[in-house]
Design a protein around this ligand. Sequence first.
Ligand code: GDP
Ligand code: MG
Length: 345
Amino acid sequence: MPMDKLVAEVLAGNRRALARLLTQVENERPEVLPRLTALFPHTGRAHIIGITGAPGTGKSSLVNALAKRLRAQQQTVAIIAVDPTSPFSGGAILGDRIRMVELAGDAGVFIRSMATRGSLGGLARATRDMVRVLDAAGFDVVLVETVGAGQNEVDIARTAQTTLVVEAPGLGDEVQAIKAGILEIADILVVNKADRPGALQTVRSLKMMVETGHPAARERFAAHHGRLLPVPALPAGDEVSLWQPPVLQTVATENTGLDDLLAAIAQHRQFWHSGSRVTQLQERYIEIELYERLQQALMQRFVQALPPELVSATLQQIRARRLDPQSAIEQLLNQVETHGYPSSR
Ligand SMILES: Nc1nc2c(ncn2[C@@H]2O[C@H](COP(=O)(O)OP(=O)(O)O)[C@@H](O)[C@H]2O)c(=O)[nH]1
Ligand SMILES: [Mg+2]
C-alpha cells in the first residue's frame, strides 16, 4: 500500500501537515484511523512528560521554562496543553500568551492546545493519539500540560512516562491533591512559586505525605484496573515500587530550580530504562489501553445493535418497577446475542 501523503509529510517533519493531522485526531475524524495505524510503528521514541496540577499553580510557566532548557540542550520539544474546563482564569491565558511569544519562531518547538471535548474519556483518547502523532513526528520530548481535574489527569498520566504534579504554596492544594488522588500519579512533586510565603510548609507536608506511604506503583495500576477488567497486578515486592517521588521547589517565572527539576526528570527516565521496568510499564499501559478501547468499541456496537424502541420499552419497565436493572441487562444482552449485530463495517 502506498504511504498516505499526509502521513509521509508528517514523518518528513512538515509542520503544517502535522497541525492538520492533529486537528483530525482532535475531532476524531474517521480518516484518521489508517493514519494512526501507519504512524504507530514510528512511535515509542519520545520522552513523554505530563505536567498536572490545579489552575494557577504555574504549569504553563513551568512548561515554558522546561521547554527553553530542553531547547538549550538541542532537544526538540512538542507541547500539548489540555484544558478540560472552560477558560476560567486570566492566569492561564496570560501564561499561555507569554509562552507563545517566547517560544514562537523556534522550529524545534511545536505548541498545540486542546480545549474541552465532549467527554473526559474522549479527551484522554484524543490526547493519547495526539501524543503518538508527535512522537512519530520525531520530537525528543513531548510535554503534556493538563489541569488537575480528577479522573482526567489520571488517564492522561498513563500517556506520560514521567508525571510532574505541580503545587503552589497557600492554595491548600495539598489537601485538594489527596482528594483528587493526584499524588498517586506523581513521579515528581514540584512546589512552584517557591518565592511565595508558605513554600517550605507546602514542601514539608508533601514530603511527609510521600514518606508516610506513597502508594506503590503496583497499587496505582490495580486501581486503574478496578474500573476495567481484572488484569493481574504486578507481582508483590516488585522493583516498580522503589521510586520515591522527590519534592522539588521552583520559581518558574525566574527559571529557579530548573536544573534540579531536569535532573530529577532524567533520573526518573533512567530509573525506568534500567532493567526491565520500562518494558513492564509499557506492556501494562498497552494492556490498559486495549481494554479501554475494546470497552468503547463493544459498547458502541452493542448500542447500535439495539432497537431504540426496545431500549425505551425497557426503561419504561424499569421506571414502573416491573423490571430490575440487572434483569434488563440480561434481556438486552440476550436480544443482541440472539439477533446478532447489524451487518456492520
Ligand atoms: N510568584 C510567582 N508567580 C508565578 C510563578 N510561576 C507562575 N507564576 C504566575 O502565576 C500565574 C499563573 O501561571 P500559569 O503558568 O498560567 O499557571 P497554570 O494555570 O498552572 O498554567 C501567572 O501570572 C504566572 O506569571 C512563580 O514561580 N512565582
Ligand atoms: Mg496553564
